[in-house]
Design a binder for this molecule. Sequence first.
Ligand code: AMP
Length: 447
Amino acid sequence: MSNDTNPVITINTATNFLELGLISPLLGRLTELNYEHPTPIQAQVIPSILDGQDLIAGANTGSGKTAAFALPLLQKIHKLQLQQQLPAYKKVSKNTNQVRSNDVTGLILVPTRELAKQVADSIKSYAVHFNGAIKTVAVFGGVSANTQMLALRGGADILVATPGRLLDLISSNALKLDNVQCLILDEADRMLSLGFTEELEKILALLPKTKQTLLFSATFPDQVTSLTKTLLNNPAEIQLQSADASTLVQRVFTVDKGQKTALLAHLIKQHQWQQSLIFVNAKNACNHLADKLAKRGIKAEVFHGDKGQGARTRVLKAFKDGEVQVLIATDIAARGLDIEKLPVVINFDLPRSPSDYMHRIGRSGRAGEIGLALSIIDHDDYHHFNVIEKKNKLRLDREQVAGFETTEFINNVFGSAEKPKAKPAGTGKKKRKKEPQINADIWLGNV
Ligand code: AMP
């Protein structure tokens, strides 16, 4: 392997987990979970991680990223434990001969509290046949730090953390990062993007120089790609478009301003989706839209950063359990959340960032399930949706729903828009130049 070029990854065509080199406590668990075959990202990255390579992995969300890093991490920690005859959190320090109390071996950084819990829960589930020998702890803000400090007593083999709370716990001496052997950044673009840059820099400075670093993300914008180069040592780069992408159908409906809520309510009632996740751009917009839907007889719950952690956890659980049918959320729900069989994601407001569009829609159509991503756009959104399409290399037909045809602008199926010509005084209704496609009633049967 050359040092100045990225290693070439041979396309791995392994069709079962045994061929990937995983050991029996993991294989047994995967059988119990009915994971019959590795997903493409798992087939590609598991051998590289087991080999100790640094990695940049880009794959669509819902592609099985968590298991892709969690399984080899668990295996490596198990191997370390066998070599040292003790769980990592009871290791004896070479220098002092004292039992180390607050070390961490594998550190996984994630951008949101919910993702921290979800990732830790998945890891604990994958690890059941290690019979409690591998300790996984999740730490995140919004809840008492005391419970997390208690959980960290004796250290942890794997710590899943949001950056802010991690730094708080380090400053309270609840844990140390000196002996981290593997660092994983999940949703790396967000971790490296503004809000988190400063915290991340502080965390990176506390980590040992020699370690394995893995970056997982659905998107890698240019500005973070350069940062990843400084963070990683001769990384393998794996870019996969999920083989499941075709199971997620994307559609965009144009509607007049002021008709968005009516169209949304119409769609929810007409299609009786078992569940729908609706994205808006502001916390107060969640409540506002919930009130408007309530007036139209639709009960919706809201999920945003102003809600207490207890309420956030309860609402998300109720949604995941199918007790809540309509959830209106800000982008805190856009990343990584795994809601089984979520039939539809709706962009009521378009996300500001084109990459967030991909994160949002990735909540549906996960792991090969059929999914639908709808964007409802009015004239003000039109230009921005073109940008989102361009950045994500998409081209969607503009569609209209019968009874909600636009009068504000003229559109065509190729995505170009013309402002309506000024209405001559006294001519009554505007005349559309070109009849848009009206096929919103042709739905995928099972969504
Ligand atoms: P993730 O992208 O990690 O959030 O995973 C998305 C969903 O796929 C989760 O519900 C996982 O349990 C599931 N999953 C991950 N790997 C597999 C696999 N090899 N076979 C079946 N389901 C999987």
